[in-house]
Design a binder for this molecule. Structure first.
Ligand SMILES: Cc1ncc(COP(=O)(O)O)c(C=O)c1O
Length: 450
């Protein structure tokens, strides 16, 4: 890991300049738990063995003999007519332990995709200076949870724009941090508001021992869950500049990146990352399968390595079977085939979104307000005349046979009154969506206070 001295980043007149590219001191971001993690000797041997020629005779490792396993082979039909074949040898591999960062062919395919989509400046950096690295996780949720554990101490100030994904709150809140809510609108986090919050601190104090300057910012940049908000490139750039000024890391949780309804897709934080301060989580849950549980962490190698140490000590690795299944599909498809598939998925969600918007116009005009989401699968609706949607949904909505998520569950303090509901346009047909909004409109009319 690289280290910087106390004077690093100061200009000649004592003015503080942003951290020079590739000069991050990653150790200052680690929790004591993460810093204490050591590589597992057995895991290293397993990985060594898997990279060795078949002539190697290994009495190391404690892997079971796959000849004793009951499964023999499998053929998985793909909707385009192709097949993914697990012959006997592949099946044995699929049923066996594998490397903690992920199987090599899936990792290298994904690195190629990240390069094509984001071309992160850090690709060319040395490993210790934040070179882009990746690991496979069991869904992006595992990655997020481990990233938080790596970076967040009790009492730390953490920046995020709530309402936000309840899974993030579930992972963060028990860590005992102090979450600072950065105001946001339909274009996501507002950089001016973030600047105001940060102006409480002097950037020069960021590296002082015991400093309370936030070291982590979390945001969902596209099709936010629950708000549907998507950040503009300008906002991302401004937030990134603040991260440089105050030297904090940005966690870019982007599972709806592939569900952007308009092209060109917005540039990501990762694509702007000249310093190596972005940790990005990607997910295949919305485009290939949510049940296979495949996600990825992309970020500076010194930090991704820490996530991998945590994986070594917990799940050991994401299921080899599901990694092989997805990897074979991606090798067959190539990047073009993958992106063609994504286009098809986007087309589906775009027309679902449009159907929901027209039903909202038909039934909820004057009773509620909303913004058309540019990505994702959610419409965030503010109900007029209802201070808190919790009781309405939990008690009255079921009677009317319509269910939505009361917005409060996405707030840092879920007991706070919240006039919003989240409606998903992923699963229901346009007819069902229309009927649901008709029922919701009746519910609002009955419950709304003038
Ligand atoms: C914003 C956000 N992040 C992360 C996740 C976790 O996704 P997964 O673990 O399935 O990749 C979700 C799932 O809905 C989400 O909405």
């Amino acid at each position: 890991m690289s280290h910087i001295t106390g004077d690093q980043g100061k200009g000649r007149q004592g003015l503080r300049l942003p951290t020079p590219p590739g000069n991050m001191n990653y150790s200052r971001f680690l929790t004591a738990v993460s810093a204490a993690r050591r590589p597992s000797a057995i895991r290293i041997l397993t990985e060594l063995q898997q990279r060795s020629p078949p002539s190697l005779i290994s009495l190391a490792g404690g892997a079971p003999n796959p000849d004793t396993f009951p499964f023999q082979f499998a053929t998985i039909k793909v909707k385009n007519g192709d097949s993914i074949v697990f012959d006997e040898a592949t099946m044995k591999r699929a049923l066996q332990y594998s490397a903690s960062p992920g199987i090599p062919e899936l990792l290298s395919w994904m690195k190629g995709l990240q390069k094509s989509l984001h071309n992160p400046p850090t690709l060319a950096y040395s490993p210790e200076n934040g070179q882009m690295e990746m690991c496979v996780t069991t869904g992006s949720q595992e990655g997020l949870c481990k990233v938080f554990e790596m970076l967040v101490n009790p009492g730390d100030n953490v920046l995020l724009d709530a309402p936000t994904y309840s899974g993030t709150l579930a992972a963060l809140l028990p860590l005992g941090c102090n979450i600072i809510n950065v105001p946001s609108d339909q274009h996501g986090m507002i950089p001016e508001a973030l600047g105001d919050i940060l102006s409480r601190w002097d950037p020069a104090d960021a590296h002082a021992p015991g400093s309370s300057v936030p070291r982590v910012l979390y945001t969902i940049p596209n099709g936010g869950n629950p708000t549907g908000a998507s950040m503009t490139a300008r906002r991302k750039q401004e937030v990134y500049e603040l991260a440089r000024k105050y030297d904090f890391l940005i966690i870019e949780d982007d599972p709806y990146y592939f569900l952007q309804f308009q092209k060109p897709w917005a540039p990501t934080f990762l694509s702007m990352d000249v310093d190596g301060r972005i940790i990005r989580t990607d997910s295949f849950s919305k485009i290939l399968s949510s049940g296979l549980r495949i996600g990825f962490v992309t970020g500076p190698k010194p930090l991704v390595d820490r996530v991998v140490l945590h994986i070594q000590a917990s799940t050991m690795h994401t299921s080899t079977f599901t990694q092989l299944m997805v990897s074979q599909l991606l090798q067959d498809w190539g990047q073009d085939g993958f992106l063609r598939h994504v286009d098809g998925v986007v087309q589906f969600y775009r027309s679902q979104r449009n159907a929901m918007l027209s039903s909202a116009d038909r039934w909820l005009k004057g009773l509620a307000e909303w913004h058309a989401p540019a990505a994702g699968m959610f419409l965030w609706i503010r109900l007029h005349g209802i201070a808190d949607t919790k009781q309405l949904i939990m008690e009255k909505a079921l009677e009317k046979e319509v269910l939505l998520v009361p917005g409060g569950v996405f707030n840092i303090d879920s007991s706070e009154a919240c006039p919003y509901v989240r409606a998903a346009f992923s699963l229901s047909t346009p007819q069902q969506i229309d009927e649901a909004f008709k029922r919701l409109s009746a519910l609002i009319r009955e419950a709304a206070q003038p």
